[in-house]
Write a protein that binds this ligand. Structure first.
Ligand SMILES: Cc1cc2nc3c(=O)[nH]c(=O)nc-3n(C[C@H](O)[C@H](O)[C@H](O)COP(=O)(O)O)c2cc1C
Length: 511
């Protein structure tokens, strides 16, 4: 606390509290349409390397990619065509809409308010068709813009502990621009930036699996060093995730390390590009949660258990039965490109086979791989059943470690939850409302303040799995970040220190 009793740091739990929505005290806010943030970054002229627009995206089935059944291939070459496929799938334009004389472009990853705060940078060396260096992915031009040369790529390799940076390697660095989201969501925007980034992490991980490349995602690195290398103004834009491609004999079990070399000086022309509007508003709460959560993750004790977010635990558990399901869309690229937020739910039960297949997608997060030691799931997944064949109405918990589910409490909660979600009443018609929750105090105590990012990023990543799985099963899906926080905790009987972080609705839609 400083002299004026102003809080200068906020951990995840404190941030969640100060950004809670309360039905009786909703802040008035009109959107400033004269000051809409730019959706693409604007750099001074930089060398442009075109990506390959005409790429063949035929290939593996969606389930093969997502369920990791032989999609990784040891012989894949990482070249500009492969990179083009990955970027087009993970974060390409997928739909356009005309409104008010303007063309609006939607992307393969969803984004709260369609504000798209996430930017992608590519760092690498030894890739045919691409000089070594650090690049910004320009989605509009479908091109890479060279920000820095070989020296930066070497330093990034060191920062990321790439064992042999002189070989072929590539890392995707994901950042978030705060004002893009805070223009609409104000101080609550850090939540959305994290969730949106999580969605994109999952899209990148699965797009890399589609082209046959193994990868690992990390949320822990030295923030300041990485942001400086990428050339970001950390008050406006910051790095939140890295997806490393693990090529044969290269990135095996690379731990996030700290480079011993001095950081490169920031380049003003580059850092200025983090500004997306001439009248940006900076929110203290965002600054505080960002800097507090910049501390490196504490290593928690192996075997320690995350406390349950609700009381009591389900009395009986049921295994998720893997069932084959005929889905309308089975090609991976078709699913990714066909994904949209669909809200026109009808009260028609989701079939048991579809629901089981959806649940089977939820057992994995970007962190369930062997690269994170020790692994503790930062989020707890639950679901409210409205209309699912063979399921009674109620609040269930999904245990991702053991791939099973159990009933917390029976009852019909759909209408109440729709009201809690800022009266978005169409949610009551969904088949199921997935809930991502966390005990933020326990996370903070065992992992430190950075754990909040882990929880939100993982919630976003799991949300993306639901979006894609729903698309493959011809179901509708929509993420929901807006809810009256304390009402949600009360409805779900969450323990003290536990919070609802994100909700994703899935259900049959009007055909
Ligand atoms: C984190 C997150 C929160 C969202 N919250 C809401 C919401 O509260 N209500 C809603 O109708 N849509 C919500 N959406 C859906 C977005 O509005 C949607 O992704 C965006 O308009 C882009 O459209 P698309 O998903 O069809 O590509 C959310 C999406 C995300 C990723």
């Amino acid at each position: 606390m400083n002299k004026k009793n102003e809080v200068t740091t906020l951990n995840g739990q404190q941030y969640q509290e100060v950004t809670a929505y309360d039905r009786l005290h909703m802040p008035r806010h009109t959107l400033d349409w004269s000051n809409v943030p730019r959706q693409t970054k604007s750099y001074p002229p930089l060398q442009k390397i075109n990506l390959e627009p005409k790429i063949d995206l035929r290939g593996k089935s969606f389930w093969q990619v997502m369920e990791d059944t032989g999609s990784i291939s040891p012989n894949v070459t990482l070249d500009i065509q492969t990179l083009s496929k990955v970027l087009a799938l993970a974060y390409g334009y997928t739909a356009r809409q005309q409104a008010g004389g303007q063309t609006f472009l939607y992307r393969s990853a969803p984004s709260a308010g369609a504000l798209y705060p996430v930017e992608v940078y590519v760092s690498g060396a030894g890739i045919p068709g691409l000089p070594p260096g650090l690049f910004h992915y320009d989605i509009q031009a479908f091109a890479l813009r060279k920000l820095r040369g070989e020296e930066a790529s070497r330093r990034i390799a060191e920062t990321l502990s790439v064992p042999k940076p002189e070989n072929t390697w590539v890392s995707f660095i994901l950042s978030g621009i705060f004002f893009r989201s805070s223009w609409k969501y104000r101080k609550r925007a850090f939540r959305y930036v994290m969730l949106d980034t999580g969605h994109l992490v999952e899209n990148l991980v699965s797009a890399l699996a589609f082209v046959g490349l193994p990868c690992s995602a990390r949320y822990d690195f030295v923030d300041e060093r990485l942001c400086t290398l990428v050339g970001l103004d950390r008050l406006k834009e910051a790095c939140f995730a890295i997806v490393d491609v693990r090529l044969e004999g290269l990135l095996n079990d690379a731990e996030s390390g700290v480079s011993q070399t001095e950081p490169m000086a920031p380049d003003l022309a580059m850092t200025n590009a983090s500004m997306v509007s001439s009248h940006e508003v900076a929110y203290d709460a965002i600054k505080q949660i960002y800097f507090t959560s910049s501390e490196r993750l504490k290593v928690c004790h192996p075997g320690s258990e995350m406390p349950c977010v609700t009381l009591p635990e389900p009395r009986q558990w049921f295994p998720v039965r893997h069932q084959d399901v005929k889905s309308a869309r089975t090609d991976y690229a078709g699913v990714v490109k066909g994904r949209r937020s669909r809200r026109n739910f009808v009260r028609e039960p989701i079939t048991m086979t579809s629901f089981m297949r959806l649940l089977s997608l939820m057992g994995k997060t970007p962190f369930s791989g062997k690269n994170v030691k020790p692994y503790l799931p930062p989020v707890t997944t639950g679901f409210l059943v409205g209309h699912v064949e063979g399921f009674d109405h109620g609040f269930y918990r999904f245990d991702s470690e053991n791939n099973r589910y159990g009933l917390f409490k029976s009852g019909s909660f759909m209408v109440k939850m729709a009201e809690i979600c800022l009266d978005q009443l169409w949610l009551a018609n969904a088949g199921v409302l997935f809930l991502f929750m966390a005990n933020l105090k326990a996370l903070d105590d065992s992992w430190g303040a950075r754990a909040y990012r882990y929880a939100m990023l993982d919630a976003g990543a799991l949300g993306q799995r639901l979006y894609l799985g729903s698309t493959a099963l011809s179901l509708g899906c929509c993420g929901i970040g807006a809810f009256y926080d304390n009402e949600a905790r009360a409805l779900l009987d969450l323990k003290d220190d536990s919070y609802l972080l994100y909700l994703v609705a899935v259900g049959n839609i009007k055909k």
